[in-house]
Design a protein around this ligand. Structure first.
Ligand code: SF4
Length: 373
């Protein structure tokens, strides 16, 4: 495959584009089951198996990590998930293998995948039926409780997603969500503000809480998560010790990964990367999937690198930056850093990283630094 660096690890992302029904806020590429044609799921699984088979043969060694996301991969059923994972693990077991499953699809049989799966991610989003209704989620509070109980008794590492700043919800409600979810002891929690995306039923119906209120929801939520023992290691992600998501760290370090499934993305290479996109539409994907490759220039690669790596609390390691781009970080960015407000970053001879105050103005800081490139 063009641009693939055989000397560096490679991860695999598999996008499952099916959902029971569409949540009101969702702008991901996914098809509600009511709109899926008969046979699509079987043909999708066959196509994914073929794509993984061809890549595994070329790669010839274990993938670093695998993540099956969606959509709702739970819709495929555990037997299909096993077929996909067994195919993807033909060259050996990766360091981490995650599957996203919606609460209503988690059953005790999930445990049967423990020989091919190490981690599960569940979209809880809220523990309140009224908030879940506003979001248009399929799962209820009762479904969420059942999923949390099951996951906490299974041998997987696991993550729970929580959405905050939903119109009509209070900060107290968000804090209760965090506390209740944390009481089941997930090693990892993703915590993020509700996004209002164009073309969704949500944007037509509700009004966002506003930037100031969002900042308050985040600040209070971040504080409570820290108090509960979760390290804030990425803008929207929190982990107990040793529980960071290795697969997502690949994205944030601009590591190599290939995505299969309609609309999924990938990135391979090192000093300059090639970004990839799998056929972005289910009909075309099922007839002839193709990875569309776009080689990025050195400046584009560096911009991409800034964009992802400043999301983590580790930030940019200056020796890694020099190795990758052949330049001295302080010489390139020192001038721009001098005009970032105090308290937004830490800067040492080893690393430059943003603080929580910096996370709040992440977009501005990235733009500001990019101007110094
Ligand atoms: S389950 Fe996830 S991917 Fe599917 S509609 Fe809801 S938010 Fe979107």
């Amino acid at each position: 495959m063009k641009g693939l660096d055989q000397s560096r690890p490679l991860s695999l992302y598999i996008h499952v584009p099916f959902c029971t029904r569409k949540c009101d806020y969702c702008a991901f590429y996914s098809i509600p089951l009511s709109a899926a044609e008969p046979g699509w799921i079987d043909r999708y699984v066959s196509m994914i198996l073929a794509e993984i088979g061809a890549l595994s043969e070329e790669w010839g060694k274990p993938f670093h990590t695998i993540f099956i996301g969606g959509g709702n991969p739970g819709i495929l059923g555990y037997a299909n998930l096993r077929r996909i994972l067994e195919k993807a693990e033909e060259n050996g077991m990766p360091e981490e293998v995650t599957v996203e499953i919606n609460p209503e699809n988690i059953t005790p049989e999930l445990q049967g995948l423990s020989d091919v799966l190490t981690r599960v991610s569940v979209g809880i989003q809220s523990m309140d039926d009224e908030v879940l209704r506003r979001l248009g989620r399929n799962a209820s509070r009762a479904d969420n409780i059942r999923a949390l109980e099951l996951l906490s008794s299974m041998p997987f590492r696991w993550n729970a997603d929580i959405i905050t700043a939903v119109p009509g919800e209070s900060i107290g409600r968000t804090l209760k969500d965090i506390e209740e979810v944390a009481s089941y002891n997930p090693g990892h929690i993703s915590f993020y503000c509700l996004a209002f995306e164009e073309g969704t039923p949500l944007i037509a119906r509700e009004t966002p809480v506003g930037e100031e209120a969002e900042a308050e929801f985040l600040e209070k939520g971040w504080q409570r998560l820290r108090e509960l023992g979760y390290e804030h290691y990425e803008v929207s992600n929190f982990a107990k010790s040793g529980e960071r998501c290795l697969h997502n760290l690949v994205y944030w370090n601009l590591g190599q990964y290939i995505g299969f499934g309609p609309g999924s993305e990938g990135s391979v290479g090192y000093s300059t990367v090639t970004s990839m996109r799998d056929t972005p539409e289910i009909g075309r994907f099922l007839s002839s999937p193709e990875l569309e490759c776009t080689p990025l220039s050195s400046a584009e690669t560096e911009e991409e690198f800034l964009l992802v790596s400043l999301r983590t609390s580790d930030g940019i390691r200056k020796s890694g930056y020099r190795e990758r781009f052949g330049r001295d970080f302080d010489s390139v960015y020192g001038g721009q850093i001098a005009s970032i407000p105090d308290g937004c970053f830490t800067d040492s001879p080893e690393a430059f990283a943003l603080t929580e105050k910096g996370f709040m103005m992440l977009d501005w800081i990235i733009l500001h630094l990019a101007m110094g490139m």
